[in-house]
Ligand binder design. Structure first.
Ligand code: ZN
Length: 96
């Protein structure tokens, strides 16, 4: 599927809170954690994003609905710099 990929960090601007705890209860990690719409990609799934690598769906976001993925990054400016990209995504496995 094609997804719209954006990025976020753990700051209050991105999350409305700053504890870095994801919906799944884990600490968000750069190059690992993504936020998804769990109706499209179940939480716990491994997702390959073309050109970026493999990520784990561990979080959700108020604006992440449908075919959207939000990448977790360590710094707010990195997230802003990433912007929005349309990429191919492959659901590798669903872990319940
Ligand atoms: Zn931020």
């Amino acid at each position: 599927m094609t997804v719209e990929v954006s990025a976020y960090c753990s700051c209050p601007l991105c999350c409305g809170k700053s504890d870095g705890i994801t919906k799944s209860g884990k600490h968000a990690q750069a190059n690992h954690t993504i936020a998804v719409d769990p109706r499209v990609i179940p939480l716990g799934s491994a997702v390959y994003l073309e050109g970026l690598g493999t990520f784990i769906a561990e979080d959700v976001g108020g604006t992440i609905k449908g075919n959207k993925i939000d990448l977790f990054m360590n710094e707010h400016r990195q997230a802003i710099f990433f912007g929005v990209k349309r990429l191919k995504a492959h659901l590798l496995r669903e872990m319940i």
